[in-house]
Write a new protein. Sequence first.
Length: 115
Amino acid sequence: VQLVESGGGLVQPGGSLRLSCAASGLTFSSYAMSWYRQSPGKEREFVAVINSVGGSIVYAASVKGRFTISRDNAKNAVYLQMNSLKPEDTAVYYCKAHTGLAGYWGQGTQVTVSS
């Protein structure tokens, strides 16, 4: 199983980024997909989750209304559209594929929000 995140970078406060996570080696449509993030010195925290068919989505309170998670099962990919970015959104962002029995992580992509 391989999960590869991309789309991170440096953006000014108020800007936008779109993260992608490409999955291989698993039956993608059977997995819920999540985004997490981790800042230096802090624990990894939940950002958003979308179920296997995209019909159920949950966001962390800190990103609700600014971030949008979506998936394309035909492309084995999950996305995180991030708008109105704040300095406190700076972190390494990870995608995770999970079922009740298994979970897989990507290697992460750095997002830095700074002027």
